[in-house]
Structures are given as C-alpha cells and as structure tokens.
Ligand binder design. Structure first.
Ligand code: DX5
Ligand code: ZN
Length: 219
C-alpha cells in the first residue's frame, strides 16, 4: 500500500489551521514536518516547525512524520517527542559513528515512535544496510535537503531500486519513503522503483483539491 505524507515546509503563514483541517479531510496519511537547524542545512525552521507540530497535534488526529535535518539529533528528539510523532527520521550524515546511530535508534523507540534513517543524494545507500534490522523506514532524499519545490534527481530512482532489491532479498520489513520533487509525473516512477511512502509538499499545497491530488499520487 502506498501512503502520502504532506510536507508543510512551503505552507504560507496564516493558512495553517485551514490547511491542516483540509489535509485531514483529504486523508493525507501523515503530515511531514521538516525540522532544519541552520547547520545541517542552511535554513532554520526549528521553532516554526515546533509550533506547527504542536498546533497539528491539538487540532487534528493526523499522524506526524518528523524529518530531522539537524546536527544535534538528541536534542531534537527531546523537543519533538512531546507531539507524539508516529515516525522520527534522522540523517546518517549527522552521526559520528555506529554507536551514535544505535543510540539515536534506541532513543526514538523509547519515545514510542517508528524509526527512520535518511540518506542525502550523494550518500551511498549501503551505508545504512547494517541498521535495517533495527529500524522501520528508510528515507531516500530525491533532492538535496534544504528547501521545497526542487526537481527530483533522476539518478535517485536507481537508488530506490537498489534498496528495494536488498530488503526483498534479505526479507527485511522496512518502509521506503521518498522526499523531494514528488508530483504526478515522478510519483509513478518512484512507486515502480519500490517506494511506498511519498512525501509531497508543493505538489499538494498548490493543488486545487487536496483529496484528488492525494488519491492521484497514490494510484
Ligand atoms: C527538503 C524537504 C522536503 C521538501 C519536499 O529538504 O525535506 O520534505 O519540503 O517538498 P517538495 O515536495 O515541494 O519537493
Ligand atoms: Zn522532508
């Protein structure tokens, strides 16, 4: 089954309440919260995303899918666990060593969230193979993390195929999420390659009808 996670990174100020309620009616499977610290990526969305996540938690029953683009993962987990996220994903590039990766995995489990690990476009997906038995999701970045509205890097299709083949061969059960430049043109390609959770920001927020675009992305 394919699920859709709506990124609210490109949401205009002042449209929050209406958008969150409409996304719930349109049955997005998750709201994707892009947490940026101004260090791991240039932009800093930390406080805004914290406010948004708390607001969504009060206003809706939508599951939260937290994407940490931060250097200090431990602090971010402490900050975001209060909104009871369904998924917390961190970047492998932000971890010093294997011990730190395992520490983050266990800390997220302690917060009763599912664990995701993300790889940037230039990071070989093999780098996360050894952690797959301990996590729930792999997030393949299909653009350079940092901003919404970019174009999917087509080489990433092969990366998705590669990890899909590996998890099938090893009979590991992990979700494959893709993030960046997902729209009606690219969605069929990433699904065909093996992705089963699609993050989409601009494609959904700029659509006329959230329900229709979410259904079309899944189809
Ligand atoms: C990029 C973020 C993405 C981004 C997706 O750093 O991780 O979640 O907001 O936005 P679109 O779908 O507009 O590419
Ligand atoms: Zn994201």
């Amino acid at each position: 089954m394919v699920e859709v996670s709506t990124s609210i990174l490109s949401l205009k100020q002042g449209e929050e309440a209406e958008t969150f309620l409409n996304l719930e009616i349109a049955k997005t499977d998750y709201i994707h919260i892009d947490v940026m610290d101004g260090k791991f990526v240039q932009k800093d969305t930390y406080n805004k995303m914290r406010e948004n996540a708390e607001y969504i938690r009060r206003l809706t029953n939508l599951p939260l899918d937290i994407h940490l683009m931060v250097e200090d993962i431990e602090t971010a987990i402490n900050v975001f666990e209060v909104v009871e996220p369904n998924i917390i994903t961190f970047h492998i590039e932000a971890c010093k060593n294997e011990e730190e990766v395992m520490k983050n995995i266990n800390r997220i489990k302690q917060a009763h969230a599912r664990v995701g690990i993300s790889v940037k476009p230039n990071t070989p997906v093999e780098e996360i193979y050894r952690y797959l038995p301990y996590i729930h999701m792999v997030l393949i970045m299909t653009v350079e993390p940092g901003k919404g509205g970019q174009t999917l890097i087509t080489d990433m299709i092969q990366k998705i195929e590669k990890i899909k083949k590996h998890i099938d061969e090893e009979k590991i059960e992990v979700d494959i999420e893709v993030d960046g430049g997902i729209n009606l043109v690219t969605a069929p390609k990433v699904k065909e390659a093996g992705a089963n959770i699609l993050v989409a920001g601009v494609a959904i927020l700029e659509a006329v009808d959230y329900k229709v675009i979410i259904e079309d992305l899944k189809e």
